[in-house]
Design a protein around this ligand. Structure first.
Ligand SMILES: *Cc1c(COP(=O)(O)O)cnc(C)c1O
Length: 363
């Protein structure tokens, strides 16, 4: 057989490394009581209303889903006061991030994103062999002024995350507005708001949609809404941008059970509120735990914290695995990212962390 070389962009691609699944660690170490704080999932799981809604639709599995995604789009349109023609559904927002790049960027173009940003931005840029312009972070945060200044003639797309993963850093509306005013109107700005539900008072992106035709808002139901396994996300943009996205969207990219679950999840405000309260309490618990251990962390407006373990992250990660705790090394020296869990999960993590770092809590 002759060797068939892949496209240039693909040949150099290093695939995304997902968080270690609990089942894998169970098999490897024979542990049972494992705590996974590695993928920013909702520690409460999903709403019971979602489970009931999905159970009621199981008999429909034999049919193709609605390729237009009407029920989910109608819920999104109502809830976020946008037109149906402004919504693109995604198989998780990762699917959308890839669509943005494929629809608007060629291998002659460039994409701007920040250092320490979500790993998928670099991946989708590389996959289409476009030029990546990675702008140095300011501390751990996006430097929006520098990102606007980094735009070149061939720049088609800018990825920004607010709050950012894996750092948890965020920016305010005034800073974003200043940024949008500097970015040329033919450059698309993707505002990835995967964690926006946790601190909604922080930022109202929707009002910018009517102001800027080059803005795309990306949302996911994987985090606060608790639907990570089902893969549901949606993008909000102008009707023109949305039309292009829907030309390349696979018609059945969001399956029927995911859409039914999505509608139920979006409607269950109580579950979101409970998730917020759990997250705030867990964040306070972890912050207090880190302080007692003398460890610095990056203040966060998401459902995770980036902590300076003052040690090699890979070694610390592996030592924590042996204690039955899965966290996430994210390529930042001395730091690990830990998702905020339930009170018991956070406590187990803090105990394990103190043990593997040989630290004593003071306080
Ligand atoms: C988790 C995450 C996503 C996407 O998650 P999906 O499960 O694909 O919807 C997107 N952006 C950021 C910044 C994330 O952290």
């Amino acid at each position: 057989m002759t060797f068939v070389p892949a496209n240039d962009g693909i040949a150099k691609l290093k695939p995304y490394q997902p968080g270690k699944p609990m089942s894998e660690l169970e098999r490897e170490l024979g542990l049972t009581d494992i705590v996974k704080l590695a993928s920013n999932e909702n520690p409460l799981g999903c709403s019971e209303k979602v489970q009931q809604a999905v159970a009621a639709e199981l008999a429909e599995i034999g049919r193709y889903p609605d390729g237009g995604g009407y029920i989910l789009k109608a819920q999104v349109a109502k809830q976020f006061a946008v037109g149906l023609d402004q919504i693109t559904l995604g198989n998780g927002s990762n699917d959308l991030l890839e669509m943005f790049a494929r629809a608007f960027v060629s291998d002659k173009d460039s994409v701007v994103y920040s250092q320490h940003a979500f790993a998928v931005y670099a991946l989708v840029t590389q996959a289409i062999n476009a030029q990546a312009i990675e702008v140095p972070a300011k501390g751990f945060a996006h430097d929006l002024d520098a990102m606007a200044a980094a735009v070149q003639d061939n720049t088609k797309l800018i990825f920004i995350a607010n709050p950012n993963n894996p750092t948890g850093t965020w920016f305010e509306e005034a800073e974003f507005e200043r940024f949008m005013q500097k970015v040329p109107s033919h450059v698309l700005v993707v505002l990835d708001e995967a964690y926006v539900e946790y601190f909604p008072e922080n930022f109202n992106s929707l009002k910018f949609l009517s102001q800027y035709d080059n803005l795309i808002i990306s949302r996911t139901l994987s985090k606060c809404y608790g639907l990570a396994a089902l893969r549901v996300g949606f993008a909000l943009a102008s009707a023109e941008v949305t039309d292009y996205l829907n030309r390349i969207r696979q018609p059945f990219n969001v399956n029927h059970l995911a859409m039914v679950a999505g509608v139920a999840a979006l409607q269950d405000e109580d579950f979101i509120e409970k998730s917020r309260v759990t997250n705030k309490a867990g964040m306070a618990q972890l912050e207090a735990g880190f302080k007692a251990l003398g460890l610095n962390y990056v203040p966060s407006r998401a459902n995770f914290l980036l902590v300076d373990v003052q040690a090699d992250p890979a070694q610390t990660f592996n030592a924590l695995l042996k204690e039955g705790v899965i966290v996430r090394p994210v390529g930042i020296p001395n730091h690990l990212r830990v998702s905020i869990g339930t009170e018991a999960e956070n406590a187990k993590f803090l105990t394990a962390l103190a043990k593997v770092l040989s630290l004593e809590a003071t306080a």
